[in-house]
Design a protein around this ligand. Structure first.
Ligand code: 5AD
Ligand code: SF4
Length: 475
């Protein structure tokens, strides 16, 4: 069947084929004024990868003459950059589209758009085609660089555009960006994921692993340093796989950390790491590179070897503990946080106990914890559905209790100490206080000098709560 839309299919999205192409983005003159007198609004959901994509999407909008709308009532286009990782993330989006529809009744010219990970799923696009005729623009994670063409079709040719590719395209450099902050920046170093954890939709929504060239990354970070940026967070679904796809040179994530340390950036963070792929050089970077911050987010997912196997994680609990030991050997005060899924289809009470045991052994100082969510097309979608909902919730509550003790313990170790804080701005809950993150990635609310926003200051910690530290700036 042929139609004017291009829709994805998960079977093709699973395939890994072809060369990785590198291209550069340029904006042709025909697109310059399409956004004249028009306002755009982007609502971003999900991970930092989506936040970084939204900065590029904003960059394209503004290069085409659109201006950002700060009030949804006066926007000409509202774009939802979506996340597909769990069912409740998706339900939130469907609800939001329904809510935004009411603005279209008042302004029939308003374009509602959906991009990001959800449109990469065929069930989602089929649902939009069937039940959401008022959504006028749909594109995925692989074709952000084609947005100028889509916006021309939508605003000038008055067409409905639904264009989602199953395969990743080239790595496209030079897409303009409107960064959301002036002191901290996201830097994508690679795209896609080849891990195929059985629960996860990301290898389908984001395509195969492909790394940006090191020269491009180093150039971007040098520019950020010259613009006064203090901190970068290197992004990738599995940053430790960086460089695996290079054919002509042996250059991995650890090498990149050592090179970026020389750019003069004050702080380097990175996410997300995979325990199986962390190499020796990445571990020693925590000791040798002064800009590499003493915090690592290292998702473990489960403490049971049987469950880890069913998840296709490619490591055992013992290997995970070994990585932690090696990290602590080079950086004894490092703070470790993690992600954990409870109630994975084959998880029995004894498996869950092993997870609790591992949490205590590692001494995590924070975690994102989730109940397993079935994702269409993933291998785990075919696993049995036998854990009752009450058991799922009860395991999450028990886990969170232990995790929260870890948060508090992690914060308490800084009581009475002086920590370095990169100041983000005023606290959202108390505008007499400033707020920022310490080197160990602890949230610090403190009394201090507001002219230091965007800078690194010294703060003496006077109190430690579960979720944050309190302090006073040391002048
Ligand atoms: N169900 C529950 N949690 C999931 N995650 C990824 N896929 C699922 C799923 N299907 C969690 C993992 C991952 C984090 C980003 O989201 O813990 O590390
Ligand atoms: Fe969500 Fe994963 Fe897509 Fe990020 S990559 S937006 S976490 S589905």
């Amino acid at each position: 069947m042929s139609n004017e839309y291009k829709t994805p299919d998960l079977k093709s999205a699973r395939m890994r084929k072809g060369e990785i192409l590198h291209e550069r983005f340029t904006l042709d003159e025909e697109f310059f004024n399409i956004g004249k007198n028009l306002k755009y609004r982007i609502q971003t959901y999900g991970c930092q990868g989506n936040e970084a994509d939204s900065e590029m999407i904003s960059g394209i909008f503004e290069a085409m003459g659109f201006i950002r709308s700060f009030d949804e009532r006066d926007a000409d286009i509202i774009l939802l950059n979506t996340c597909a990782i769990r069912e409740n993330a998706e339900n939130r989006i469907w609800g939001e589209i329904g809510r935004l529809k009411s603005y279209q009744t008042k302004n029939p010219n308003l374009i509602l758009g959906i991009c990001g990970c959800m449109p990469q799923e065929e069930v989602v696009v089929n649902k939009i085609l069937k039940s959401y005729p008022y959504v006028g623009l749909v594109f995925g994670t692989h074709n952000i660089n084609e947005l100028p063409k889509y916006l021309k079709d939508v605003f000038v040719n008055k067409k409905r555009v639904i264009k989602v590719h199953s395969y990743e395209g080239a790595i496209v450099e030079d897409i303009p960006k409107v960064r959301m902050q002036t002191h901290k920046a996201w830097v994508s170093i690679m795209y896609g994921c080849d891990e195929f954890c059985t629960y996860c939709v990301v290898p389908f929504t984001r395509g195969k692993e492909r790394s940006r060239k090191k020269e491009e990354i180093i150039k971007e970070v040098r520019e950020l340093v010259s613009q006064g940026y203090q901190e970068i967070t290197l992004l990738g679904q599995n940053v430790n796989a960086y460089g695996k796809d290079f054919k002509d040179e042996d250059y991995k994530f650890g090498d990149l950390l050592y090179d970026l340390d020389k750019t003069g950036i004050n702080r380097i963070r990175f996410t997300t790491s995979h325990p199986r792929d962390i190499d020796g050089k990445t571990i020693t970077a925590f000791k040798d590179c002064k800009s590499v911050m003493p915090h690592l987010h290292l998702p473990v997912q489960s403490g049971s070897n049987e469950v880890l196997k069913k998840m296709n994680r490619g490591y055992t609990k013992e290997l995970y503990l070994d990585v932690i030991e090696r990290l602590k050997a080079v950086k004894p005060d490092i703070s470790i946080t993690t992600d954990i899924i409870v109630a994975f289809p084959y998880e029995e009470e004894k498996d869950f106990q092993e997870t609790l045991d591992l949490v205590k052994k590692v001494g995590f100082e924070g975690a994102f914890t989730f109940i397993f969510s079935r994702r269409s097309g993933t291998p785990a979608d075919k696993y049995p559905d036998i854990i009752p909902a009450e058991v799922q919730k009860e395991r999450l509550l028990r886990l969170n209790k232990v995790i929260n003790e870890g948060y508090l313990r992690g914060n308490k170790r800084f009581l009475g100490k002086t920590v370095k804080v990169l100041v983000d701005g005023f606290s959202k809950t108390d505008d007499t206080k400033l707020t920022g993150y310490s080197e160990h990635n602890k949230l610090v609310n403190f009394t201090g000098d507001e002219t230091k926003i965007g800078k690194i200051v010294l703060v003496e910690v006077t109190d430690a709560k579960t979720w944050y530290l309190e302090g006073i700036e040391v002048k």
